[in-house]
Every structure is written in C-alpha cells, then in structure tokens.
Design a protein around this ligand. Sequence first.
Ligand SMILES: CC(C)(COP(=O)(O)OP(=O)(O)OC[C@H]1O[C@@H](n2cnc3c(N)ncnc32)[C@H](O)[C@@H]1OP(=O)(O)O)[C@@H](O)C(=O)NCCC(=O)NCCS
Length: 170
Amino acid sequence: MNEITYRPMCEGDIARVAELERVCFRTPWSYKSLLGELSNDVAYYVVAVCRGTVVGYAGEWIMFDEAHMTNIAVDPEFRKRGIARRMILKLMQEALSRGGERMTLEVRENNHTAQRLYVSLDFAYAGTRKHYYTDTGENALILWNDCIIATYEREMNPADNAADKEDTNA
Ligand SMILES: CC(C)(COP(=O)(O)OP(=O)(O)OC[C@H]1O[C@@H](n2cnc3c(N)ncnc32)[C@H](O)[C@@H]1OP(=O)(O)O)[C@@H](O)C(=O)NCCC(=O)NCCS
C-alpha cells in the first residue's frame, strides 16, 4: 500500500481541499473560506498526502486551552485506513504544543461513522444543538475530549500502554 504522509496545509493545497469538500459535504466550504484559514492565527490545518495528491484534511481553531475541530474529510477511495484517526492525532499534537488541553467538535446526529471514530479517541457527548445544520435541519451532537494529552500519549505509545497493562495484571 502507498505511504501516506502528513503535513500542514499550504496555499497550493486549497484547490484540491475545496474539491474534497464538494465530494464529502452537502454544504462545502468555498476556496475563499479555506484560503482565509491560512491567515487565521488560531487555525491549524493538516493534509494527508498519497503520491503527491491530497487525500484528506482536517482543521481546528486553538483558543487558550481549547481546540475546536472545524472540519475533517477523507477521499472516499482512501477511507478505513486510519487516515482520519492519524489527522486527529496531528491536530491534538499541534493543540498541545500551543497550550491546548481539551478538544471539542460538532457532528451530525446521523453520522455514525464519524461518531464511532471520535468516541474511540475519547470524545464524549456533552449536548445537542437543535437543527444546527441548515441544509437538512439535522441536530448536531457536541462532543468533548477533556484530556487530549492522555489520548495522544496512549495512541502514540500503544506498546507502553500494553506493558502497563501487563504490569497491572501481574
Ligand atoms: C469520517 C471520516 C473522516 C473518517 O475517515 P477515515 O479515514 O475512513 O477514518 P479512519 O480510517 O481513521 O476510521 C474509520 C474506520 O475505519 C477503520 N479502520 C481504520 N484502519 C483500518 C484498516 N487498516 N483496516 C480496516 N479498517 C480500518 C476504523 O477502525 C474505523 O472503523 P469503524 O468505523 O468501524 O469504527 C470519513 O468517513 C469522511 O470523510 N466522511 C465524510 C466527511 C465527514 O463526515 N466528516 C466528519 C464531519 S463531523
């Protein structure tokens, strides 16, 4: 399988990211709004690249100790390979480096695929925004991860954690 690399989004990626937006969302972000994110001091975007082509991206706004995930999408051809998971870990890493401690996001009530991924990364339900999505009137679930360092360290050092478990059970 071809290797996937991850790096911060740059201006040359925007046209492809806007294309992914159109493929992945009913109400896609425009080229202009994505471009604006590059000059937003609180924003951070990561792209996943396979053989020179952007196949996924994710973004966040980091304000004080809180990071708010703004968007995440993966090219349908590249899903279920752990790309989104890895991008969320990249967002956590960047948030931690800027003093972030917690992370929040909104997800459509019916988007069970994304919800499963978030729950596996320790996001928990914290409330509902009624009729949040104007295209369908769907509710948004608000999820929070209150301790991203714990998630980040567990996911990046699975062998250490397995060793801890063995010690505990000994
Ligand atoms: C939600 C989304 C970003 C997930 O992207 P992804 O790269 O497929 O996510 P991951 O691969 O990290 O995880 C998804 C699933 O693949 C599984 N997976 C990961 N690596 C795998 C592998 N090597 N083999 C088999 N399955 C794998 C994960 O366990 C997870 O399984 P689950 O859904 O049964 O829990 C993607 O489906 C998408 O772009 N959807 C449209 C946009 C969207 O809804 N964005 C979210 C807005 S809130």
